[in-house]
Write a protein that binds this ligand. Structure first.
Ligand SMILES: [Zn+2]
Ligand SMILES: [Zn+2]
Length: 267
C-alpha cells in the first residue's frame, strides 16, 4: 500500500510520518556488549533499488501493525527492523517534544543522519571573498570620499567671493570694520625703506642748507646788475616768468589729480 506524500507529521493524531532527505538509521543492540547496552546505527535502504536517501516512513496508530517505508521511485515495503515504539518516539522528538526517557535513542544514532559537517574551507573561501568585496567597497568609498573632498574644495573656491561679500555685509551689519581684503598669497617682501634725508636732518638736528638762487647769474632777480649797468638776465626768464612757470606746473598737477598736498577745503 503506497504511502501518501501529502501526509503530515502529527504524532498526537496517530500519524507518524516523516520524509528524509538524508539516510535514515535505526539502531540494533550490539550483541558483543553484555554488561551495558551499545547500539549500532544501521542504514535503511530500499530492498528493490537500494536507494537509501529520499525515503519516507509511516506508521498510523491503530491502523498499521508495523512501520511502512517507500523509496523515491515508489517501491514500498514493510520495515520490520524499525521498532514501532522507537519510531513513534522519534516522530514525537521531531515534532518538538522533549522526552527524557527517549534521549538515549537520539544519542544512539536513531533517525535521519545529521547534516554533513560544515565545510569550513568553503566557508573561509566565501568569507575571504566577502572580505575582499568589502575591501573593494571600502576602497571605492575612499575614492568617492577623495572626489567629494576635491569637489568641496572647488565649491569653496567658487564660493569664496560670495563668502567675502557675506563676511563684509555681516561686519557692516554688526557695526564692525570692513575686513581688510588680504590676498591669500604671501605679500612680496618690501625692500628696506630708506628714510628721506629730511628725517636724518631732523634726527641729528642738522639745519637744512639755505636754498641758493636758481639762477646764479642774476640771483633770481632777473637783472644782471653791475656798477654802471643793469640788463635783463640772459640765463633765465626772470622772477615773473619763474613764478608763472611754477604756477603752470601746479595747475598741471591739479588737472591730473596728482596734487595731493593741496587740501580740498582750502577755499
Ligand atoms: Zn526503491
Ligand atoms: Zn637770471
Amino acid at each position: 500500500m503506497p504511502i501518501s506524500p501529502w501526509r503530515a507529521l502529527s504524532p498526537d493524531n496517530g500519524d507518524h510520518y516523516l520524509a528524509f532527505e538524508r539516510r535514515f538509521r535505526y539502531v540494533v543492540e550490539d550483541p558483543e556488549h553484555t554488561w551495558r547496552r551499545v547500539w549500532i546505527p544501521t542504514v535503511i535502504a530500499c530492498p528493490v533499488c537500494e536507494a537509501d536517501t529520499g525515503l519516507r516512513l509511516a506508521y498510523m496508530s491503530g491502523v498499521d501493525a508495523v512501520v511502512e517505508a517507500a523509496c523515491p521511485v515508489g517501491h514500498t515495503w514493510v520495515e520490520t527492523r524499525v521498532d514501532v515504539s522507537q519510531w513513534m518516539a522519534y516522530c514525537r522528538f521531531r515534532a518538538g517534544s522533549q522526552e527524557f526517557d527517549w534521549l538515549w535513542l537520539i544519542e544512539a544514532g536513531f533517525g535521519e543522519e545529521p547534516p554533513p559537517p560544515i565545510d569550513y574551507a568553503k566557508e573561509l573561501r566565501t568569507a575571504a571573498g566577502e572580505v575582499a568585496k568589502y575591501g573593494k567597497r571600502k576602497a571605492k568609498a575612499k575614492v568617492r570620499r577623495e572626489v567629494r573632498k576635491v569637489k568641496k574644495k572647488v565649491r569653496n573656491e567658487a564660493m569664496r567671493p560670495v563668502a567675502a561679500v557675506l563676511r563684509t555685509a555681516w561686519a557692516m551689519q554688526s557695526g564692525g570694520v570692513e575686513p581688510v581684503k588680504a590676498s591669500r598669497r604671501r605679500p612680496a617682501p618690501k625692500p628696506p625703506k630708506t628714510p628721506p634725508v629730511s628725517a636724518y636732518r631732523k634726527a641729528y638736528g642738522v639745519q637744512a642748507p639755505e636754498k641758493g638762487p636758481k639762477c646764479l647769474a642774476c640771483e633770481d632777480s632777473g637783472q644782471i646788475t653791475a656798477p654802471g649797468i643793469s640788463v635783463p638776465c640772459t640765463e633765465c626768464d626772470g622772477p615773473a616768468a619763474a613764478a608763472l612757470a611754477a604756477a603752470e606746473r601746479r595747475a598741471e598737477r591739479a588737472r591730473q589729480g596728482k596734487d595731493e598736498r593741496r587740501p580740498a577745503t582750502s577755499k
